[in-house]
Design a protein around this ligand. Structure first.
Ligand SMILES: NC(=O)NCCC(=O)O
Ligand SMILES: [Zn+2]
Ligand SMILES: [Zn+2]
Length: 484
């Protein structure tokens, strides 16, 4: 069946123009005036944009003694409802577990997805086996990104030598390392001190992870990547110190990417002072929410291009799960939701305030990450041949965010009560209408895994430069005899 989106204005990362879009077999087949098809979707007054890509989700993630509560069904339904048509989740091997075995576990969970998805593979330990399996993950399994946690000591954290070894392997394979940059040793030490002093509430989670903890680790990850000769992507960049490290590295010519979250852009540290324990605990995530000055830095980074992607790190725990940490903040499961609200919140606080143009909005919610992950223009584009992952965006539609009306499985929303203006009229996943205003038409299992080939251009450029500038043995003719 052919579908035509009529009377809208196409907005991409670099163009804004009036045209209809024709879809057949899940792909865009024609763009132009006066198109016709068997089904017509009216986009009068709307912007026709590439569907959002959220490159940072944790659906049904085993973490801190429990599982995050949105699975691939509810999580991707929430995504589509907010205009996001692809998610990238993290396959997390337990320390000692095979990467391939972990991937099978994530493959099994994702069969319920309503929209397309892909995985990053985490490197949570290091051995000859991990070294070898990384190649299979890239070449056979279509995954070109490896995640490293510098935090969560005693659980997911890797040390510098492991990270350096893994980054070097990424360089060989044309893969991109991702890093959760917080100094896990310092966090562990500060947490123990705070607890010993009786500081056990959710606000102490933020006290234990100041911006310096993130700035130091971000800089370290960037320097290690530079020595390994690979690009690096810093997830959930939340503060000026981390942004500064990214900015500085980019100015020196390093391929470094930074990803602020919608939560860090729009919610601040005052949330942790709320007298209601549940309110504060529901907002416990790592890194924690920061001050308004840090938020200004992140917005400036998006506008100037030193930060490239807005994600959610969607990792949703119910209030009951958060209460595991009553009396000990280190036991509050870390994570917040946001999949459904990322696009409307960013449009409202970015485009509607003049902090971002519409084209920049498309760039940071879709096109930039599609390019970084090497899936452009299959995803992230309104072009003939691209997947018809499209959001028809109505800039006048408004709502007040409420957990009562959300798709996410949890019992609250960190954006509760916020007014948003700018919402999907239609969300299409590979040509199928999944959302029509407030009507949910998602199909469980419709989502497909998106293969991602190695990023050969960047790794070839970096390895060529590395080879040319590598240290060389100095050849000497007159070597003195040893001893006397
Ligand atoms: N961010 C967070 O607090 N939870 C999810 C896991 C992670 O990304 O660190
Ligand atoms: Zn993280
Ligand atoms: Zn995460």
């Amino acid at each position: 069946m052919t579908t035509v989106i009529k009377n809208g204005t196409i907005v991409t990362a670099d163009l804004t123009y009036k045209a209809d879009v024709k879809i057949d077999g899940g792909k865009i087949v024609e763009i132009g005036p006066n198109l016709t098809g068997e089904e017509t979707l009216d986009a009068t007054g709307c912007y026709v944009m590439p569907g959002g890509i959220d490159p940072h989700t944790h659906l049904e993630m085993p973490f801190m003694g429990t599982y995050s509560s949105d699975d691939f069904e509810s999580g991707t339904r929430a995504a589509l409802s907010g205009g996001t048509t692809m998610v990238v989740d993290f396959a997390l091997p337990a320390p000692g577990q095979s990467l391939l075995e972990a991937l099978t576990m994530w493959d099994n969970k994702s069969t319920r997805a309503n929209c397309d998805y892909s995985f990053h593979m985490a490197v949570t330990w290091w051995s000859e086996q991990v070294f070898k399996e990384m190649e299979t993950i890239v070449r056979d399994k279509g995954i070109n990104t490896f995640k490293h946690f510098m935090a969560y000591k005693g659980a997911l954290m890797v040390d510098d030598d492991e990270m350096f070894a893994s980054f070097q392997r990424c360089a060989e394979l044309g893969a991109l390392p991702l890093v959760h940059a917080e100094n896990g040793d310092v966090v562990a030490s500060m947490s123990a001190k705070l607890l010993a002093e009786g500081n056990n509430g959710p606000e102490a989670h933020a006290y234990s992870r100041p911006a310096e903890v993130e700035g130091e680790a971000t800089n370290r990850a960037i320097m290690i990547a530079d020595m390994a000769g690979c690009p690096v992507y810093i997830v959930h960049t939340s503060c000026e110190q981390a942004h500064e490290a990214i900015r500085r590295a980019r100015a020196k010519g390093m391929r470094v990417y930074g990803e602020p979250l919608i939560q860090h852009l729009t919610l601040d540290e005052s949330e942790y002072s709320n007298p209601d324990w549940d309110h504060a605990a529901r907002r416990v995530m790592s890194p924690p929410f920061r001050s308004k000055q840090h938020q200004d830095s992140l917005w400036a980074g998006l506008a100037s291009g030193s930060l490239q992607v807005v994600a959610t790190d969607h990792c949703a725990f119910t209030t009951a799960q958060k209460r595991f940490g009553v009396g000990d903040f280190t036991k509050i499961p870390n994570g917040t939701g946001g999949l459904e609200d990322r696009m409307p919140m960013l449009w409202t606080h970015g485009v509607n305030t003049g902090r971002l143009t519409m084209n920049e909005f498309v760039a940071v919610t879709s096109t930039n990450i599609a390019k970084i992950l090497n899936i452009y223009p299959k995803k992230g584009a309104i072009l003939v041949g691209a997947d018809a992952d499209i959001v028809v965006w109505d800039p006048k539609r408004s709502k007040t965010i409420s957990s009562k009306a959300q798709q996410s499985a949890i019992d609250y929303n960190v954006f509760e009560g916020k007014e948003v203006t700018g919402l999907p009229r239609y969300t299409l996943t590979r040509g199928v209408v999944a959302i029509e205003e407030s009507t949910i038409k998602t199909r469980e299992g419709h989502g497909e895994f998106v293969r991602r080939e190695p990023v050969t251009a960047v790794s070839k450029a970096l390895s060529t430069w590395k080879e040319i500038t590598s240290p060389r043995k100095v050849e000497r003719s007159g070597i003195p005899a040893t001893g006397v």
